[in-house]
Design a protein around this ligand. Sequence first.
Ligand code: C5P
Length: 224
Amino acid sequence: MNKSKIFVACDTTDIKKIKRIIKETRSSKIKVGYKFGLELLNSKNGRKFISNLKNKITFGDYKFADIPNTCSSAIKSVKDLNFNYITIHISSGLDALKATKKVSGKTKLIGVTILTSLDNEALRQIGFSKDVKKVVHQQAKLAHKAKLDAVVCSAREVKIVRKVFKKEIITPGIRLNSERDDQKRVLSPREAFKNGADWLVIGRDITKGNIKNNIQKLIKHLNK
Ligand code: C5P
């Protein structure tokens, strides 16, 4: 059977902590990649650390959201970091997605749909009149049209996305327990894979507390 694939969100600027996360999440039972977000990517030491990282599956969660010229220039400017995956907000629009995909090279370009921290009420506040599921479905169609390599969505929308997007689906907003923190659209790892997610993104449920124990807990949960 294929191993479950997990991106561990390394949401800290503390390089020592990141090294510990990498060391303590090593496992023969699951396939692990590492996601670096805006916190580390914008920090003084973040770029240097990533440029020295070898033989890891890396995910630069830049979440670009800008005009076509700026998004495509931005992805070129981080090419030296050789990320396996980089994110762009699908709400940047079809032209920006296409322009960025054109220059993304070997890096897989992931389109981010509506953030997992938002619910229907939050969408209304921003000015959207459709509900989350409808918007995510529409965004997945755009990702397909722009020939993106992957889509990020909540695990609750995987089946909707799958109807129109056949490549990789990556789901954050994963919780092993009832603690949701700032996330709104959450599911358990097992439910997320059952819905058809290819990769899960898990941050705090792995990196908070005893990392080795958290990994064991996750593996046990997945094997239930
Ligand atoms: O700690 P937690 O598991 O909630 O972390 C989720 C990670 O996934 C964070 O790094 C966050 O930036 C990212 N993410 C998300 N929702 C999205 C896209 C990315 O939570 N739609």
